[in-house]
Design a protein around this ligand. Structure first.
Ligand code: ZN
Length: 251
């Protein structure tokens, strides 16, 4: 991501309320994807890490206000418990939902749909722990092989939970893991999604939703804030001549 081009640039955080931060095991070093080494954060494992706190969010808002920046927040509408039960985000993380509501009211954040579950639910594969390897493929939600009716159910339910709680139209979809299909694009239209943002768009639609790549978006995860602190975000914003001032929905 270049630090120029301030005109059409948005900032995005992902994985708010996503249980992948508990269930996913993955490391860039394949040889540490081995059972006994799996939970050692020192070896660069992605998870587990905690959900952001109310204080984390207040600090993020302060930084956004200081730099006149805005942030699109990818929220996963349900937390997936170990037994496969889905708990809506506003129930599972009531305080965090409240502080996000404050951010929406202040005009500092846009809430985006980051899936219903962030993972596929079949056979509890999202928490399958093989002796060797990763379960990362199961921590994407809108694979081409996921039937359209199931994708429709997930997207509709996520929209209902998020618009119902935040009382604002949710018009941006950030598909988990940048994975989506033609069916996803079709269903976006049906459920009021007008912009889909992913790293490198492979499929586009004729009109809506508009598909936006990360050449216009600076993405990061709640993991950076939890593990590196809000200073990390401030340093990123300092590196821009003009900090990102648009929501993804306005790109
Ligand atoms: Zn994600």
């Amino acid at each position: 991501m270049a630090d120029s081009g301030p005109d059409k640039l948005a900032l995005r955080i992902d994985d708010i309320g996503s249980s992948s931060k508990q269930h996913l095991y993955y490391t860039k070093r394949w040889y540490t994807n081995w059972g006994p080494l799996r939970d050692r954060r020192l070896l660069g494992h992605w998870a587990p890490y905690r959900e952001m706190s109310v204080n984390d969010w207040r600090s993020v808002y302060k930084v956004l206000e200081k730099y006149g920046s805005k942030l699109t927040v990818g929220v996963t509408a349900c937390w997936v418990e170990d037994d496969g039960t889905l708990v809506p985000f506003p129930e599972k993380f009531r305080n965090e939902a409240e502080v996000l509501g404050e951010g929406v009211t202040k005009g500092l954040i846009e809430i985006a749909n980051h899936g219903l579950t962030h993972c596929v639910l079949q056979d509890h594969k999202y928490r399958r722990r093989a002796f060797f390897g990763t379960n990362r493929p199961y921590h994407r939600e809108f694979w081409e092989w996921v039937p359209a009716p199931e994708q429709r159910e997930h997207l509709t339910r996520a929209q209902t939970i998020l618009t119902g709680y935040f009382r604002t139209p949710i018009t941006t979809l950030v598909p988990p893991g940048n994975v989506y299909s033609r069916a996803t694009l079709r269903i976006c239209k049906e459920v009021g999604i007008r912009t889909l943002n992913c790293e490198r768009p492979t499929l586009a639609s004729d009109a809506e939703p508009k598909v936006v790549g990360d050449d216009q978006v600076l993405p990061f995860h709640d993991r950076e804030i939890v593990e590196l602190g809000v200073n990390w975000l401030e340093q990123r914003l300092q590196s821009f001549r003009v900090p990102p001032r648009l929501f993804i929905r306005d790109l």
